[in-house]
Design a protein around this ligand. Structure first.
Ligand SMILES: Cc1cc2nc3c(=O)[nH]c(=O)nc-3n(C[C@H](O)[C@H](O)[C@H](O)COP(=O)(O)O)c2cc1C
Length: 176
């Protein structure tokens, strides 16, 4: 069963870690389809029908993005607003086309994990900050799985440290 990985990174050329993850996923085309929204839609005009067809052909969907302002880059919000339509994603007997599909997030964060805790600088855990995604996927009857987060990328990451994320990410995807 192949996994659709939807990448939302507005500046993939300058990316370190998301770029490395994409490079790895592309080694296994029999397992993963990588679909980069900013590359598919440089003008940010989303082809809704194409996106819906793509989603319908996969049972496991992961949204991969860098954490920006405690959320995702904006094209993912636009994608939710435009693609998850009434009558297709929810709200009628023939809707819920995403229903039962495994859905999750793979997120890279600049800040350390300790910052994302009740006693930490940013007060909330990632799972709390991810609630809008959890609720969105619940609303459309997706099967939400706990996301994969790789923290602390702003701490001048070594190549070794970046590489160590790769098997962890693949393990997460395999375990979905
Ligand atoms: C506009 C912007 C906002 C950011 N906001 C956050 C944030 O709220 N929390 C955080 O942990 N990191 C934040 N970062 C750091 C990014 O998450 C980090 O640079 C990114 O995950 C690295 O991935 P990449 O190498 O693929 O670009 C922000 C970075 C940018 C450019």
């Amino acid at each position: 069963m192949k996994t659709l990985v939807i990448v939302i990174h507005p500046d993939i050329e300058k990316s370190v870690i998301n770029k490395r993850w994409i490079e790895e996923l592309k080694k296994y085309p029999e397992k993963y389809t990588v679909h980069s929204l900013y590359e598919s839609y440089p003008d940010e005009k989303i082809d809704v029908e194409r996106e819906q067809q793509l989603i319908e052909s996969y049972d496991r969907i992961v949204f991969q993005f860098p954490f920006y302002w405690f959320s995702s880059p904006p094209l993912l919000k636009k994608w939710f607003d435009e693609v998850l339509l009434y009558g297709w994603a929810y709200g009628s007997k023939s809707g819920y086309k995403v229903g039962g599909k495994k859905m999750s997030l793979a997120v890279t964060a600049g800040i350390d994990e300790e910052g994302y805790s009740e006693s930490g600088k940013y007060k909330y855990t990632m799972n709390e900050l991810f609630r809008p995604y959890e609720l969105t996927f619940d609303y459309i009857k997706g099967d939400y799985k706990e996301p994969f987060v790789y923290y602390g990328i702003e701490n001048d990451p070594s190549q070794e440290w970046i590489e160590s994320s790769v098997p962890m990410y693949l393990e997460f995807l395999e375990g979905l």
